[in-house]
Design a protein around this ligand. Structure first.
Ligand code: AGP
Length: 608
């Protein structure tokens, strides 16, 4: 996510703004910028790169004289990470500067309208339309100009606004993204989260969607969507700086688990308009799809596990053969791949060396490539023929959670889109699947709410030396991810196994020392899973069952139970992984592990 900071008061603004940006760096970003009011003008410096680089360009902010301004760290969504695309963005005559966090979904239409009026755009961003609209609507009444501009926007937008003709005045707007006001003594602030403010003030106001605020050094006024002033309560922040960087959570991993409903929503909803799925900048046609005789999905780690889920869903809906390949194997396997192969590459970072190498190998053999990536402008995103970005926002914890679930969401979107394009689903089933996609954010939140007891299960099982995660069909793919989550943050050995395969040898390992996590969420296979549960219990194992919400039979079979909310069976993996993420987190926490930075691991494996 982007980071926003605003300041107005008696002090030089730029050094304060840069310090605020430093405290937002953990959010991840690719460029940064700062603007201050100075001598009746707006003085701005922005660049691709780090906050330290920006500070170097401005003498630590001292070379930008002014007591009122904005600053921004950009997590690119529209437009590659470049100096020009960095925020702030200026209006045509430099009257306004704007910083933005979110996605303006109707920016293309607004851009066309403004270009038709002669406006010349400098950047590729969605944000720039806001600066030009402000200048278009400004007639001396700054509040009115802000309201008229915001009334034209659709999507998610947290904005900071400064005008060269309004000394000491700032406006900020909140719609579908975090925004907090900071109340100082003779100075005031706003920021994307508490981190940027808590060193300067602990008295904050949490804004609500639809509200906007006017700040001067002496006063903060909050308005509702209609422009009527509203009274807001002032909260006192109790966090220290370190905790605040995690938004109050003890670990980034838990913060990112809790962010999953919004991350999935941000990935799915912008692609569904009037009941139909559409991808931005997509060149895959029906004729091309019909020309593929197979799809190969390649990735590493959790991204690979997402691909295995994708295999079941794409084959189930599109009836195209799908192979899943570990990238580190595919790259050296002399694979049978040609122009009739669609390669789907999945990567949160977009920089994983094995995945890039496998991608280059397959593309050199003629495969067309669709990438599912979280980091805009990353190597994999730039190499691919088509990209579906997961709008998970920056993921700090090495163990991926929202990265994985948004990859699943992107795979589901693609599978339904392709199935409809190929005529494999009728209008009724298509509409049903689209509704199920829109239901996913609620199901993820339900999966969190259903499993508040998981913390206590972890207290019971955290001493296990070895676990098995077993499942069938899509549950087997989920078992792979559940097993990896536990292993990589708690260092407890675990293994995912196809439940029907256990009896062919591995069941020799099952004894009273084993905990078996049995995933039983595929309705049509529940009875088969009950048999597998009975098999392992007969040999002394304890069983932690994962079953659909409302299933009562599981209590007769398992020693403990986790629940997954009911929804479209094909999409069951997405909510089902959530209790397993929480289980891994609490087990690791019980064992005092370094959850966000596990030993031996890196967030992005950019080497072989
Ligand atoms: C998962 O929790 C790990 N962080 C790791 O398996 C990761 O999924 C893998 O390294 C692939 O990374 P990528 O998605 O950035 O390509």
């Amino acid at each position: 996510m982007c980071g926003i900071v605003g300041y107005t008061g008696p002090s030089q603004a730029a050094p304060i703004l840069l310090d605020g940006l430093r405290r937002l760096e953990y959010r991840g970003y690719d460029s940064a910028g700062v603007v201050v009011q100075s001598g009746g003008e707006l003085k701005m410096v922005k660049a691709r790169g780090s906050v330290a680089h920006l500070a170097g360009l401005t003498g630590g902010g001292r070379e930008l004289e002014g007591v009122c301004g904005l600053a921004h760290t950009r997590w690119a969504t529209h437009g590659a990470p470049t100096d020009t695309n960095a925020h702030p963005h200026l209006s045509e005559h430099g009257l306004f500067a704007v910083v933005h966090n979110g996605i303006i979904e109707n920016f293309a239409a607004l851009r066309s309208e403004l270009e038709a009026e002669g406006i010349v755009f400098r950047s590729k961003t969605d944000t720039e339309v806001v600066a030009h609209l402000l200048e278009k609507y400004y007639d001396g009444d700054l509040k009115r100009a802000v309201m008229r501009t915001v009334s034209r926007l659709e999507g998610s937008y947290v904005l900071g606004v400064v005008c060269s003709k309004e000394p000491g005045r700032l406006f900020c707007v909140k719609e579908a993204g975090p925004l907090i006001l900071g109340l100082g003594v003779g100075e005031n602030y706003f920021a994307s989260d508490v981190t940027a403010l808590v060193a300067r003030t602990k008295n904050v106001i949490y804004m609500e969607d639809g509200e906007f605020a006017e700040l001067t050094a002496e006063r903060v006024t909050v308005y509702d969507r209609t422009g009527r002033e509203v009274t807001k309560s002032v909260s006192h922040v109790v966090w220290d700086i370190e905790a605040a960087e995690k938004g109050g959570y003890e670990h980034f991993m838990m913060k990112e688990i809790m962010e999953q409903p919004r991350a999935v929503k941000n990935t799915v909803e912008p692609r569904i308009r009037s009941g139909r799925i559409a991808f931005e900048d997509f060149s895959l046609t029906r004729a091309e799809l019909e020309g593929y005789n197979k799809i190969v999905i390649t990735a590493c780690g959790s991204a690979y596990h997402a691909g295995v889920v994708g295999k079941y869903v794409i084959e189930g809906l599109c009836r195209i053969p799908v192979e899943t390949e570990l990238a580190s194997e595919l790259r050296y396997r002399d694979p049978i791949i040609d122009g009739h192969t669609l390669l789907i590459v999945i990567s949160q970072s977009g920089e994983t060396a094995d995945t890039i190498a496998a991608m280059r190998e397959c593309m050199s053999r003629g495969a067309r490539c669709l990438a599912i990536v979280n980091v805009v402008g990353s190597t994999i995103a730039r190499l691919a023929d088509n990209v579906i970005y997961t709008h998970a926002g920056p993921e700090i914890s090495v163990a991926t959670t929202k990265g994985y679930t948004t990859q699943l969401a992107a795979l589901y979107l693609f599978a339904v889109w392709a199935a409809e394009l190929l005529g494999r689903v009728d209008a009724g089933r298509y509409a049903q699947l689209v509704d199920s996609l829109l239901e996913l954010p609620r199901l993820v939140q339900r999966a969190i709410d259903l499993n508040v007891h998981v913390k206590y299960l972890a207290e019971r099982w955290h001493g296990q030396q070895s676990l098995f995660f077993i499942g069938r069909n899509i549950d087997y793919a989920v078992a792979m991810e559940g097993s990896l989550k536990l292993k990589e943050i708690s260092y407890i050995h675990s293994e995912a196994y196809a439940a029907g395969e256990l009896k062919h040898g591995t069941i020799a390992l099952i004894d009273e020392k084993r905990l078996v996590v049995a995933l039983c969420c595929q309705d049509g296979l529940f009875d088969k899973m009950v048999s597998n549960v009975q098999e392992v219990k007969a040999r002394g194992a304890k069983v932690l069952g994962v079953a659909p919400e409302g299933n009562r039979r599981i209590f007769a079979e398992a020693d403990d139970v986790l629940f997954a909310p009911r929804g479209e069976q094909l999409f069951a993996a997405l909510p089902e992984i959530v209790p397993l993420q929480l289980f891994a987190y609490y087990v690791a926490r019980e064992n005092g592990c370094s959850i966000d930075k596990p030993r031996n691991l890196a967030k992005s494996v950019t080497v072989e």
